[in-house]
Ligand binder design. Structure first.
Ligand SMILES: Cc1ncc(C[n+]2csc(CCOP(=O)(O)OP(=O)(O)O)c2C)c(N)n1
Ligand SMILES: [Mg+2]
Length: 541
């Protein structure tokens, strides 16, 4: 409790029930989920949303093996977590749930600490929090369960909490020589794009990025997790990467200079280098890189806090009279559809793009949004009016099945502050099905979550690729299962949508009633996202 663990996502077993019971007795809010993966995934979203450490607990052995899909995503997304795992009892020569847990956890990139010395445990737990906060990654602590119910004989006083032991360095200033060099380069560029990532969000660099883009007469874009940082700027072309809208693709292709601010230049953010083939890259970051995820990404670097770096660069940049910007461009950005390709839609089914457009209009601005994975996440990412802080995306490691947990994590993080603002989860049918048992958790904990399912009756990502390859669709098409009925079975409200007419009315009603519901939108599986069309053009054999 001293570490500020106010919420813990838990699934009990012999090896963690003592610990979890004590934590609950000390006033920590326990959210008891139905699959261990979901405990960790929910803690990830909680960490991102609250800006604090996410806390979860699972039992030993089979409890631990369940979490190895969630942890790599937490590692790659730099999310601080402390996962309390039990371990097999020390006193037994044999225990059927025993497995060597450390290598499993280490393989995910998380840290594993065996805690076998009761007297050291307060310090060791504190140190786990300290490491999670400082390294921004998950730390798993394993305590044999026969140590957990022992009477306490250690010291009476608790160690200093980890928060008090964190260094608080001031934001990193750029070196003037680097600023001068970068300003000289940028001054000669014609078509500039300022691309912001989560580092820019965290450093509060949004306004500075807007000002730099304006001064260069250039455009703005964000990475997927930072989407919405410039949602109300007329010269923001949206997400850069696999989720870029049509107009963004066109303008990024023309760019001759990209200033990447607080982003790690992951492979997908630049479409593997294809999105801006003519551009030089200047990276502004506290930890700049020349090579990222197997690619040479940036020749020029400015090592600095995102905000301070961008501000210094702006200040050093001479004013210019020429501009890439125009009123016509702003109008095109505002009026363009994210994807204008025409598909034939079967009657009785919806176009996923129309569903997203209708949701974008109908959903109140202050509701929390959570995007999941799968093919449909492309469409859901196209909600230009949603600000960054109201739209959570964690896509690292590319696993489906996380949406429902992420929504629970966000709901838990915002619940204390704003119970009247529901969390809206956008998920695919396949992804929701993977952990549909958590509907029960949502109901039992009275979480205020509206689940929107883009139900194409298929694993869309797979079916579109199989079709492009001319392969059979087996294993990717399942038909439209009845999510509304499933939701009702779990005690939630459920509704099937084959038309969008009633949506504004239903949103208003949900806003008044609150609670939890699953809205199942039956969409055509004929609509292929631009990313799949680009990456998987039909093969003629
Ligand atoms: C854990 C995991 N298993 C399998 C996959 C492969 N996969 C990627 S997308 C996808 C289909 C997702 O289906 P759905 O949630 O219905 O979304 P859709 O693609 O249909 O929009 C699958 C199976 C994965 N990414 N992660
Ligand atoms: Mg699907």
């Amino acid at each position: 409790m001293q570490e500020g663990a106010r919420t813990c996502f838990a699934l009990l077993g012999d090896a963690n029930m003592n610990w979890a019971a004590r934590l609950a007795q000390h006033g920590c809010r326990m959210i008891y989920v139905r699959h261990e993966h979901c405990a960790v995934a929910a803690a990830m979203a909680y960490a991102r949303k609250s800006g604090d450490v996410g806390v979860a607990t699972v039992t030993c052995g089979p409890g631990v093996t369940q979490v190895v899909t969630a942890l790599p995503a937490a590692v790659r997304a730099h999310l601080p977590l402390v996962l309390f795992a039990g371990e097999a009892p020390l006193k037994s020569g044999w225990y059927n749930q025993e497995i060597d847990q450390a290598p499993l956890i280490n393989a995910t990139g998380a840290a594993y600490h065996r805690l076998h010395m009761p007297e050291r445990m307060p310090v060791a737990v504190r140190d786990a929090f300290l490491q999670a906060r400082r390294e921004r990654r998950p730390v798993v602590i394993g305590i044999p369960f026969d140590l957990q119910d022992r009477p306490w004989t250690g010291p009476e006083t608790l160690p200093k909490p980890s928060r008090e032991l964190l260094p608080c360095p001031s934001p990193m200033l750029p070196h003037p020589d680097d600023v001068a060099k970068a300003a000289k380069l940028l001054a000669s560029a014609e078509r500039v794009v300022v691309l912001a990532g989560l580092g820019a969000v965290e450093a509060g660099a949004g306004a500075a990025c807007r000002a730099l883009a304006a001064k260069t007469g250039g455009l703005l874009a964000t990475t997927l997790p930072a989407r919405g940082l410039f949602h109300d700027d007329p010269f923001c072309v949206g997400i850069s990467g696999s989720y870029t809208p049509e107009v963004g693709l066109e303008y990024l292709k023309e760019a001759d200079f990209v200033v990447a601010v607080g982003c790690s230049l992951a492979y997908h953010a630049g479409g593997g280098g294809q999105l801006w083939p003519k551009a030089q890259m200047l990276q502004i970051d506290i930890d700049p890189v020349a090579v990222s995820q197997g690619q040479e990404v940036a020749r020029h670097h400015l090592r600095a806090d995102a905000r301070l770096g961008v501000e210094a660069l702006s200040a050093a940049l001479p004013a210019r009279s020429r501009s890439w910007r125009s009123d016509a461009m702003a109008k095109r950005i505002r009026d363009s559809k994210p994807d204008s390709h025409v598909f034939e839609i079967e009657s009785g089914l919806l176009d996923p793009r129309a569903v997203v457009e209708a949701l974008e209009k109908a959903l109140p601005r202050d509701w929390e949004m959570v995007n999941s994975g799968g093919h449909c996440s492309w469409f859901f990412a196209q909600m230009p009016s949603r600000p960054q802080e109201k739209f959570l995306t964690i896509r690292e490691f590319g696993a489906i099945g996380n949406g429902i947990s992420f929504a629970m994590g966000v709901a838990a993080a915002v619940a204390a502050a704003r119970a009247d603002r529901p969390v809206v989860l956008f998920d695919g049918d396949g992804s929701l099905m993977m952990h549909v048992q958590e509907l029960e958790t949502i109901r039992r904990h009275r979480l205020n979550i509206l689940i929107v399912v883009m139900n194409d009756g298929a694993y869309g990502s797979e079916v579109h690729k199989l079709r492009a390859e001319g392969l059979p669709e087996d294993g990717s098409v399942f038909g439209y299962c009845d999510f509304a009925g499933i939701a009702r079975g779990f005690g939630l409200a459920g509704e099937t949508f084959t038309s969008l007419d009633s949506l504004p009315k239903r949103v208003a009603e949900f806003g008044r009633s609150g609670g939890a519901a699953v809205w199942d939108f039956h969409v055509s599986d004929k609509v292929v996202s631009p990313t799949i069309r680009r990456a998987h053009p039909p093969v003629t054999r």
